[in-house]
Design a protein. Structure first.
Length: 639
């Protein structure tokens, strides 16, 4: 491992005092951060910069807080008046600690089952020179996946609490950097330069830097703090945009991590995204045996008869759960509605028992109105009923209050062995590592909105960087804009330990077609993940491994095109049976999807002819002698 390295040097900055410079590099040495502490016009300043392989990613950028101080004088029994200030002004650096970690943990609910948590770090300790006894730590970690840093407020001896008014920390990027800007968690993307923005941008934000580098700015470890979107401070410079006008913190307190990922490949950002999990605490649950990832189909007609039909369909197609969508307990937008009651049309005990006999568990949707009014009081009832989980609907999240509220509900649900899916504006920051009953969340412009194929090719390198997304995959709905082979690829493309399938469909509307076996068999958690094609907005392909088998998803944009994929993810030279699903107008089914088998060799290129708004899916399993009758994929065959 490369040793942590610090250097002290003298700089002439703004005609003021000497600067102290501290450098920290990741275990491989590829990712690095440089931190400068100096005095400017008599005031202390801290800046940082990051690089990948010596190439600058973030230019020197300010780290800055605005805080009100409230101190209870224990000796006199008096409280000082709050004072708003640029809180960094009168800090003094009093110490530095080096930190390091190199461990491996098992993730039973992720995109990679084995996760390395390795970093080198430094913690800068500051105290205020105004006699208030206030202190501040700034911690940096350098992972091979990126750089992360955060503020921490150590314990104050006189029962101090702070009100954070603003986090003015900056992210300055080289001239010519462009971003995939999106206004909110369920919006589309627009490629823009870092200038002329009219509003804040959601995180994570993917950027392309001059010279072929890619970066993403994100947030990790957010539990009870306002969401930090990104605002354009000035051309080329982004800054944190907190949702609250005031955020009360009692010391000791650690704020969320600011994350700067960097890669020389666009797909590298997705392959490196375990950094978000690693910046959270390990699982707080001593028993996780009741947490079971799986596939889900919803029941919207809300009758016992239809519920039993949905369960039968689920059991026949390897679907683990049925979800009762909203109104199963009455008007969802009415605070007076009791979410521990069930409408007369549903015999819930009968449905739950029938589902259990078929190996299908039952989830329920609960809207924010009932969650606000009844909260954790719902959970012992649901546990007693035998429910497996619940989907939070239309939750508020962006402020400190609502962030604390929703994460508290996740913790309370875990105490009653309930899994959780959070919908609408919530985006993950890695909390599912600590509470893995939080299987998934929305925070995505998903299939219920019928997005374009071009949008779908952008998601793997934007929204999906920060973690699982419940995209709510559709298949038979006539409003779909994209082909059925495109739809088949989605459970592989968009990771989610709870994978919702057949959104808007009912057993009566579903036409049994051969390619449905892909949905039947595809796993929802993985041992490894590789990006195979990374042409943002044009094509995207991801391969994921479960055991010895690999599963491939390929998406094209709104134009017809040819694309050749590498199979370097397979064991070189080893033979596999590839079952491939492609759009084919000559196939006489309602969906026009061809299902074919070929023997392929690891490393052999795969050519595809994609229709407009098309795609393809494939399943690879090791070849055996019993597979002799399967023909080889010839060089002239275009899939």
């Amino acid at each position: 491992m490369r040793k942590l390295f610090y250097s002290l040097m003298l700089l002439s900055l703004c005609g003021t005092l000497a600067a102290q410079r501290y450098d920290v590099s990741s275990p491989s040495g590829r990712q690095a951060a440089q931190v400068d502490v100096f005095s400017e016009n008599g005031c202390m300043r801290v800046t940082y910069a990051t690089s990948l392989d010596g190439r600058r990613v973030v230019l020197p950028s300010a780290i800055d807080l605005e805080i009100d101080n409230h101190v209870w004088e224990m000796a006199t029994g008096k409280r000082t008046l709050p004072k708003l200030e640029r809180w960094m002004d009168n800090l003094k650096l009093v110490g530095i600690d080096a930190t390091t970690r190199d461990t491996v943990w098992h993730n039973a609910y992720g995109e990679r089952s084995t996760v390395r948590d390795a970093y080198n770090g430094l913690v800068l300790h500051f105290v205020k020179e105004d006699g208030s006894k206030c202190a501040l730590d700034i911690e940096f970690r350098a992972y091979d996946e990126g750089i992360a840093w955060r503020f921490s407020l150590p314990m104050h001896p006189d029962a101090l609490y702070h009100r954070v008014k603003a986090d003015n920390s900056e992210f300055a990027f080289p001239e010519g950097t462009e971003a995939w800007y999106h206004l909110w968690a369920q919006s589309t993307f627009e490629r823009l330069p870092l200038e002329g923005w009219t509003d804040e941008c959601e995180r994570p934000l993917t950027l392309e830097l001059p010279g072929g580098l890619y970066a993403a700015v994100g947030e990790a470890g957010l539990v009870d703090f306002p969401r930090g979107k990104l605002r354009l401070l000035r051309p080329g410079v982004l800054a944190v945009a907190l949702n609250d006008n005031g955020t009360d913190l009692v010391t000791p307190y650690a704020m969320p991590w600011r994350v700067i990922m960097a890669s020389d490949r666009l797909g590298g950002l997705l392959e490196q995204n375990d950094i978000f999990l690693n910046l959270n605490e390990a699982s707080a649950l001593s028993d996780e045996s009741w947490i079971k990832p799986g596939k889900q189909i919803r029941e919207t007609r809300l009758t016992t008869e239809n519920s039993l039909k949905v369960i039968d369909f689920a059991a026949a197609h390897g679907i683990d759960y049925m979800l009762y969508d909203w109104k199963w307990y009455g008007p969802a937008y009415d605070f007076a509605t009791d979410a521990t009651t069930v409408i007369d049309a549903i015999d819930l005990p009968r449905v739950i028992a029938y589902g259990a006999s078929k190996g299908v568990g039952v989830w329920v949707y609960v809207n924010q109105h009932a969650l606000q009014r009844q909260g954790a009081a719902l959970f012992p009832v649901y546990e007693k009923w035998g429910l497996k989980g619940l989907k939070f609907g239309f939750v508020q999240f962006t402020s400190q209050h609502w962030a604390s509220w929703v994460h508290g509900l996740v913790r309370d649900a875990a105490q009653h062995h309930l899994m959780v899916n959070i919908h609408d504006e919530y985006r993950p920051t890695g909390y599912s590592r600590t509470y893995p009953n939080l299987l998934t969340q929305e925070g995505v412009y998903g299939n219920e909105e019928f997005p374009s194929a071009t949008h779908d090719t952008q998601l793997p390198f934007t929204r999906m960087i920060c973690g699982a997304a419940d995209y709510t995959v559709c298949y038979f709905d006539p409003r779909l804009k994209n082909t059925h082979a495109h739809q088949l690829a989605l459970p592989v493309m968009y990771f989610s330990p709870l994978q919702t399938l057949y959104w808007y469909d009912t057993p009566e509307r579903i036409k049994e077609v051969p390619e449905m076996e892909f949905f039947d068999k595809v796993p929802v958690v993985w041992d490894d993940t590789k990006v195979v094609n990374e042409n943002m907005g044009v094509t995207a392909a991801i391969a994921r491994r479960s055991g010895e088998d690999w599963w491939l998803g390929l998406l094209g944009n709104d134009e017809a095109q040819y694309v050749t994929l590498s199979t370097d993810f397979l064991v070189p030279g080893q033979r596999y049976v590839m079952q491939v699903y492609t759009d084919d107008p000559s196939v006489e089914t309602a969906t026009h999807v061809a299902v074919r088998q070929f023997v392929v060799t690891g490393g052999q290129p795969l050519p595809f002819a994609l229709q407009a708004r098309g795609g393809a899916a494939a399943w690879f399993r090791p070849w055996t002698k019993a597979d002799r009758i399967v023909r080889k994929l010839g060089k002239k065959i275009c899939l």
